[in-house]
Design a protein around this ligand. Structure first.
Ligand code: SF4
Length: 292
C-alpha cells in the first residue's frame, strides 16, 4: 500500500515488516512496552493504572521528545495484530482502567484489526501528538472512546523547527475539533475514570509562553466549552537537541504566566506539579508486556 495515514501523506510503500516513509514503519505494529502506567492524568491512570501500549516510531518526531529511543530510534518488537489483541487482553486481566494507545497513528490499520479480534470491556484511549488527518480520526471514530491529543504549537515556525511540520497546527486543530465532535462531552465513571471525551494536553516549552497562550486561546475560542485541558510542565531537555533555547527546563515564572492565563480564560482540567519535571516518569522501554 501507499500510505497517506498521517498529514505527511508521504505515499510511502509499506509492507508488513518495513516502510520507507517518514515514520519508517511497516504495517505490522511495533511495540516497545505494554504495561500498567500510573503517570497519566488521574482520570486516565486512576488507582489501578492505565493499560498503556507504547508504539515504536512516530509521524512527528519532535526533537525534544522524551521517548526518543522509541519515537526516533524505533526501538521495539514487531508483532502481529493478533498478538496486539492478546496484549490488550493481558492488560485488562491486570486490572487496567483503559487501553491507552500511545502514538499509534501509523499503525491505525493494525489497531483496528486487533480491536476486531478482541474488543476490551474498558475505554480505548487514543494518545497522540495531535498531528492527524481528519480522515484517519474518522476511521477510528467507532472504536476510540477517549481522545488524548497533544496540542503542541500554534506557530508554524516553531513546528517546523521542532518537527519539520510547519502545517502542524492546521492539521492538529482540525483533528481535535473532529475528536471533540466524535466523543461528545467528557464523562466519567464512579471512580472518576474518563469513559468518553477529549482531553487536550499542552506541554509548555522554555521560551515559548506566548505560543502556549495562543494554544490556550484556540482551546477556549474554538473547542466546546468545558473541554478538559492538561497543562504540562514536565519538559526536560534532551541531549543534542538542535533547537536553540530548548536546552533547559521551564522556569517557575514561565509556568505561572501560562497557568495564570489558563485560569483567566476559565479553562479547567489538570496542572502538573513542579516535581513532574523529571525523567523519572518516562518508563523503561524494555519490551515489558511484549515478549512474554
Ligand atoms: S504514517 Fe508514516 S508512511 Fe504513512 S503517511 Fe505518515 S509518515 Fe508517511
Amino acid at each position: 500500500m501507499r500510505c497517506t495515514l498521517c498529514p505527511r501523506a508521504c505515499g510511502a510503500e509499506r509492507t508488513e515488516g518495513a516502510g520507507k516513509g517518514f515514520c519508517q514503519s511497516g504495517l505490522e505494529p511495533r511495540v516497545a512496552r505494554a504495561a500498567l502506567h500510573f503517570w497519566e492524568e488521574p482520570c486516565i491512570s486512576g488507582t489501578r493504572g492505565s493499560g498503556t501500549v507504547f508504539f515504536s516510531h512516530c509521524t512527528l518526531g519532535c526533537v525534544y521528545c522524551q521517548n526518543q529511543e522509541i519515537s526516533r530510534g524505533g526501538f521495539g518488537k514487531t508483532i502481529t495484530a493478533r498478538k496486539l489483541a492478546d496484549i490488550f487482553r493481558a492488560l485488562v486481566d491486570q486490572g487496567a482502567h483503559n487501553i491507552n494507545l500511545v502514538t499509534a497513528t501509523h499503525f491505525t490499520y493494525a489497531v483496528l484489526e486487533a480491536l476486531e479480534v478482541y474488543r476490551p470491556p474498558v475505554p480505548i484511549v487514543w494518545n497522540s501528538g495531535g498531528y492527524e488527518r481528519v480522515e484517519t480520526v474518522r476511521m477510528l471514530g467507532d472504536v476510540v472512546d477517549v481522545w488524548l491529543p497533544d496540542l503542541k504549537h500554534v506557530s508554524s515556525g516553531l513546528s517546523a523547527l521542532c518537527a519539520g511540520a510547519p502545517d502542524y497546527f492546521a492539521f492538529a486543530s482540525e483533528a481535535i475539533r473532529e475528536m471533540c465532535r466524535l466523543s461528545g462531552p467528557a464523562s466519567y465513571n464512579d471512580a472518576g475514570i474518563m469513559q468518553k471525551g477529549t482531553l487536550v494536553r499542552h506541554l509548555i516549552l522554555p521560551g515559548c509562553t506566548k505560543d502556549s497562550m495562543r494554544v490556550l486561546d484556540f482551546i477556549h475560542d474554538e473547542l466546546p466549552p468545558g473541554t478538559p485541558v492538561s497543562l504540562m510542565r514536565q519538559f526536560s531537555p534532551v541531549e543534542g537537541c538542535p533547537v536553540p533555547g530548548l536546552n533547559r527546563r521551564i522556569t517557575d515564572r514561565e509556568y505561572e504566566r501560562v497557568l495564570g492565563y489558563f485560569q483567566d480564560l476559565g479553562l479547567s482540567g489538570y496542572m502538573q506539579e513542579k516535581t513532574s519535571a523529571t525523567r523519572e516518569y518516562t518508563p523503561p522501554f524494555d519490551l515489558t508486556g511484549v515478549e512474554e
